[in-house]
Each structure stands twice: as structure tokens, then as C-alpha cells.
Design a protein around this ligand. Structure first.
Ligand code: ASP
Length: 321
């Protein structure tokens, strides 16, 4: 069989598969624990996509090792559109600088489907930490490096990136406490079991607003409308500090293009839904514009994030594990 005929047959088979797609429930792998930011965003989006597709979407929290376990599971899944991955840039771009070897190549083993939104981060502390603003926080951490502990969701997680950039710019070395996701980490922060964390607004806004944790600074160049009295970390004492986290939907390499196109369209419809938009905007999520919504735009964003964060993390002096 000629290569051209082979390719044509594969593409025809893909189109036929896409017509009956989805023919059974879809598994959406989330590589962090239930109740955290990645999980929360995935569930809001999955519910609406499932209504539109007329099939159940089951979220599989394949958590551990900073999200690498879940991403590897998605990369090895059957490429028929019935397994997809909802994850963030930490697990696909940042962690390239943090592991000596990864069980996947984020640009080769996955195909981008579409951006799920971008979320700022917030530096939060336990309620009883004796600091009231960023200057006091930085002085306290510096003076107490031997006992201060910060929480994060494993090597390469978004909370790790937020924390490592903060610690490196504050020139401190503190003990890190790894969790399978910042959902469980947040419970422990509220209980006062460690001192601080940099986590996505999606996860921490409600606990800040109910006074269970303290917000010290936000990770963006502009303050958040949800937290107007909280300064940016950049303005409060670390000029240049800026970390935002994009989330995206991916499929295993080899997923037929027609299925990727369908998933991208349904993701777009879910994000255009009034109730979904409102919920996500209230959680400080920046939604993609029309131009940012294509699979190609997500691929380009992944590439740009690797180019931005791999050297930045290396420059912060963190040794790969
Ligand atoms: N996205 C979070 C992080 O990377 C973890 C989570 O979703 O639970 O820190």
C-alpha cells in the first residue's frame, strides 16, 4: 500500500470514528487531587461539555509526583477521544526544568485541544502567621528559615513554580511540604499546619474571603477585582514577580483530527455558556478570546511557556530531581 493511500485510509477511518463520537463515557484525567484548582476548573468545564456531547465525562484524579503520573497516564491512553487530559502549564512546561527525566514529551505525546483559561495566583498564609503585609512576611520568612514551611502540589506544580520563584527572589530557603494537590494542602493551611503557599485564585478566594487564611499578595501585575485591598507581590516588594497559570485540554497523540476539532468546538461552547462564564470570571479566570481558542493557539502557548519558564526556573537555581 502506498504511503498516500495509507494516510488517506487512516484519515477516512478517523472521520468515521468522529461521526459516532463519543460512543461511550469520556474519562477526563486531572493530574491533581479532587477539590483543588485544576479539579475545580475541570469539573465546571466537563459538566457543560458532557451536556453538549450527550455523554458522561468522568473525572479521574490521577494525582501524584507533581502531576506527572496523570499526564503520563493520559499520554499512554488509547487515542480515540474517550480519554482526555485537563492540566496546567506546570506539568507540561515548567517541570521540564525540574526533572532529570520525564515519562512523556509534552509536545510530542499529546495533542492540544484548547485553552481552558488562565488564573492568577495568590500568596496566602495561615491565619496565625504574625505578619500583616508583604514586608513583614518577607522579614519573618528570612528570619525564620529553619522553621518556616511552605506547601505545594509536588515538583513542577503551579504552586511549586509560584513558591520557588517567590523564595528565590526573596533569597530564602525553606522547607517545602508536598501534597497531591493544593485542595488537600489548603485544608492543612486553614488548619495552620504549615505557613504559606502560592496557589491559584480559584482555590483560595473563598477561604480568604471567609477569613480562614490571609492574602499577602497577588502574582499578577495588576490587583484582582476580587481582592482590591491585596497588593501585587511586584508592587509590595518583589519587582518583576509575575506568575499566571494557564489550563488546557489535551488528548493522547494520534487522536483523530476530526475528534480534536469536535472536542475543541464543544470546549468553546462550554466556555461561552453564560453560567459557566460567570462562575469562572468570579473565580478570577481569564477566558480565552476567539483567536486564543484554537488547538494551534494552545500548542503555541505550550511552546512559548517552555521557552519562558525552563530558563527562568533554571536561573532560579533549582536543581532537577
Ligand atoms: N494546580 C495545583 C498546583 O499545581 C494543584 C492542584 O490542582 O491541586 O499547585
Amino acid at each position: 500500500m502506498s504511503a498516500l493511500l495509507g494516510a488517506t485510509l487512516i484519515s477516512l477511518a478517523g472521520t468515521a470514528q468522529a461521526q459516532n463520537y463519543p460512543s461511550k463515557p469520556i474519562t477526563m484525567i486531572v493530574p491533581f487531587a479532587a477539590g483543588g484548582p485544576t479539579d475545580a476548573l475541570a469539573r465546571v468545564i466537563a459538566q457543560k461539555m458532557s451536556e453538549k456531547l450527550g455523554q458522561q465525562i468522568v473525572v479521574d484524579n490521577a494525582a501524584g509526583a507533581g502531576g506527572t503520573i496523570g499526564v503520563a497516564k493520559a499520554a499512554r491512553a488509547a487515542p480515540d477521544g474517550h480519554t482526555v487530559l485537563f492540566t496546567h502549564m506546570g506539568t507540561l512546561a515548567v517541570n521540564i526544568a525540574l526533572y532529570k527525566s520525564l515519562p512523556y514529551d509534552s509536545q510530542k505525546d499529546l495533542v492540544p485541544v484548547g485553552i481552558g483559561g488562565t488564573n492568577p495566583m495568590v500568596l496566602v498564609t495561615k491565619k496565625t502567621l504574625p505578619v500583616k503585609d508583604f514586608k513583614e512576611f518577607a522579614a519573618y520568612v528570612k528570619a525564620n528559615q529553619k522553621k518556616v514551611q511552605y506547601g505545594m502540589a509536588g515538583i513542577g506544580a503551579a504552586s511549586h513554580l509560584g513558591g520557588l520563584m517567590l523564595n528565590s527572589m526573596m533569597k530564602v530557603e525553606v522547607l517545602e511540604i508536598p501534597y497531591k494537590g493544593t485542595g488537600p494542602a489548603l485544608n492543612d493551611l486553614v488548619a495552620g499546619q504549615f505557613d504559606y503557599m502560592v496557589d491559584q485564585a480559584v482555590n483560595v478566594l473563598a477561604q480568604i474571603q471567609s477569613g480562614n487564611i490571609k492574602a499577602i499578595g497577588v502574582s499578577t501585575k495588576k490587583r484582582l477585582p476580587q481582592l482590591p485591598d491585596v497588593p501585587t507581590i511586584d508592587e509590595a516588594g518583589l519587582p518583576g514577580y509575575e506568575v499566571t497559570i494557564w489550563n488546557g485540554l489535551f488528548a493522547p497523540k494520534g487522536t483523530p483530527e476530526a475528534i480534536v476539532t469536535k472536542l475543541n468546538a464543544v470546549l468553546g461552547e462550554a466556555l461561552a455558556d453564560e453560567a459557566v462564564r460567570k462562575r469562572l470570571i468570579d473565580l478570577a479566570v481569564d477566558l480565552p478570546t476567539k483567536e486564543e481558542s484554537s488547538p494551534q493557539a494552545l500548542g503555541a502557548l505550550l511552546k512559548a511557556s517552555i521557552e519562558k519558564w525552563v530558563p527562568a526556573v533554571k536561573a532560579a537555581g533549582v536543581q532537577p530531581e
